[in-house]
Design a protein around this ligand. Structure first.
Ligand code: ATP
Ligand code: MG
Length: 251
């Protein structure tokens, strides 16, 4: 059976340090996330938010305590398997120089229709535009060149320039979300973009998370309160400690 099957996370008395000679930056952190729960991680700069996310991938190994995913200590899982099983949307995703298709589907695993569907589900393609792509038999229109539309995401061959320079930060995050959707991950980690993301794109990202990842366990490092106000729980970190873990309205 594939692991993780449910996406439960249990962090217990975790302590982390970046090197044996450096002080602990996470100390005695415990929290549990149930399958499908959405948890916002907040705290001042340097509080340890990114470090916790890194520790799930074992970029930092526990100095004490443990992390279990679906009851299995992540230190007992092969690194490759662990890292393949978790999905992350970084703050500022880097994309490859290449087409939208190759960025979505590195290993050529999906049909174009599946790629378009993923783009629709993350709202990079509107339902109306999606309809233009489908012929009366529910198949992909043969002659897509004839589809007159300025939306670049209707062209899977659209070339993304170096570091995704011709896409906005929000579009890059949405494209990463589409890539994640194709993999139906049990666990998704999201580092919210800080800078200059426009309100509309931000709202689209949140809408996608609510509607398309309802059964995925999500940890979001959040910089804006409105992002996480409808989350199940908020983990408040301060100087490497958990100072609160509860429903947003109780905080
Ligand atoms: P921000 O909101 O600024 O992203 P954060 O909550 O994500 O902050 P972390 O990046 O997790 O904070 O940092 C927690 C502590 O660990 C800080 O004191 C930081 O200086 C230290 N730290 C982070 N990365 C490293 C590293 N690679 N090597 C050594 N110390 C690090
Ligand atoms: Mg950080």
């Amino acid at each position: 059976p594939s692991w993780p099957e449910h996406g439960a996370i249990k962090v217990s008395n975790l302590a982390l340090r970046y090197a044996p000679t450096l002080p602990r930056v996470i100390e005695d952190v415990s929290f549990e996330v149930k399958p499908g729960e959405k948890v916002g991680v907040v705290g001042r700069t340097g509080a340890g938010k990114s470090t916790i996310i890194s520790s799930l991938f074992r970029f930092v190994d526990p100095d004490a305590g443990y992390i279990k995913i679906d009851g299995i200590d992540i230190c007992s899982i092969g690194l490759r398997r662990l890292r393949q099983s978790l999905n992350i949307i970084p703050q500022d995703p880097t994309l490859f120089t290449g087409s939208i298709r190759s960025n979505l589907d590195m290993f050529d695993e999906y049909a174009d229709l599946q790629l378009f569907e993923a783009l629709r589900r993350v709202n990079l393609i509107t339902p109306e535009d999606y309809q233009l792509l489908i012929d009366s038999n529910g198949k992909l229109e043969q002659d897509l060149e004839n589809v007159e539309n300025p939306n670049k995401f209707l062209k899977l061959d659209f070339e993304i320039t170096e570091n995704g320079g011709n896409l906005s930060q929000g579009e890059r995050q949405l494209l990463c979300l589409a890539r994640s959707l194709l993999k139906s991950p049990k666990i998704l980690l999201l580092d919210e973009a800080t800078a200059s993301i426009d309100y509309q794109t931000d709202a689209l990202i949140q809408k996608t998370i609510r509607e398309e990842f309802s059964s995925t366990t999500i940890l979001t490092i959040a910089h804006r309160l409105k992002t996480i106000i409808d989350y199940d729980k908020i983990l408040v970190l301060d100087k490497g400690h958990v100072i609160d873990y509860d429903h947003p309205y109780k905080l």
